[in-house]
Design a protein around this ligand. Structure first.
Ligand SMILES: Nc1ncnc2c1ncn2[C@@H]1O[C@H](COP(=O)(O)OP(=O)(O)O)[C@@H](O)[C@H]1O
Ligand SMILES: [Mg+2]
Length: 223
């Protein structure tokens, strides 16, 4: 479902060349839950961006859902992203819309029939434990609730793959654990998950396959 072969990503900052990814290869099968860890600057975000087509690798092969990602044109990248749920450290909710509307917005944009929207939004909210906050505005949410809303928005299209980039980076340990549990529930219901986090200790509790990046190199793949 996901395969990288000899992937390099080199950024040039003035005269300096930074290898954000150095010869990274791995394969992820449908239904896996994979933790991607490593200290800040190790290349986690760059790796996820390469997977969803936001960065083109300098070298190497990237296949996601049967597509050769580096060769995709702009509209094909947009189509790929509609098959991927993505969440970030910042929930990025639209502040002037309720939780319900933040999620319904995605379905309306896809042309989902009106009659199905309410049920699908509440189904997603139930999965993340946020049904009671549907009419709240983002400013009224705790950071943990905001991340639950972002997760609901990411999964409402039922994407086969969820990519999470430091979704608990702004949260205290208790809330981070709760969000990891929600992500684990999403995985249990059949979504392939890649969770990037520098909080290796928190992620270790999940006891899933772990890829460790160090200065762009994949130094460990275990579990
Ligand atoms: N657009 C960019 N331009 C220049 N350097 C970048 C860019 N994006 C990332 N980098 C560099 O690539 C390395 C990996 O960054 P990143 O993927 O953000 O790591 P992580 O997410 O693990 O913190 C870092 O040295 C970072 O400074
Ligand atoms: Mg990052």
């Amino acid at each position: 479902m996901i395969e990288l072969q000899g992937v390099w990503k080199t950024f040039s900052v003035g005269p300096v060349r930074v290898h954000a990814l150095s010869d990274v290869s791995f394969r992820i099968s449908r239904g896996e839950f994979v933790i991607l860890t490593g200290t800040s600057g190790a290349g986690k975000t760059t790796l996820l961006r390469v997977l969803y087509g936001a960065e083109r690798p300098t070298e190497g092969e990237v296949e996601v859902l049967g597509r050769d990602v580096p060769s995709l044109g702009r509209s094909e990248v947009a189509a790929l992203r509609r098959s991927l749920g993505v969440v970030f450290q910042d929930a990025k909710l639209l502040p002037a819309r309720t939780v319900y509307d933040n999620i319904a917005f995605v379905l309306r944009a896809l042309g989902t029939p009106r009659s199905q929207i309410t049920a699908r939004v509440f189904d997603a909210l139930r999965k993340v434990g946020l049904s009671s906050r549907a009419q709240a505005y983002p400013a009224q949410l705790s950071q943990g609730e905001a991340q639950r809303a972002a997760l609901a928005r990411a999964i409402v299209r039922k994407p086969p793959i969820l990519l999470a980039d430091e979704p608990t980076g702004n949260l205290d340990e208790g809330m981070a654990t709760e969000i990891h549990d929600v992500i684990k529930d999403i995985w249990t219901s059949g979504t392939t998950v890649i969770l990037a986090t520098h909080q290796a200790g928190l992620a270790a509790v999940l006891k899933r396959r772990t890829l460790v990046l160090e200065r762009g190199r994949l130094i460990k793949d275990q579990g």
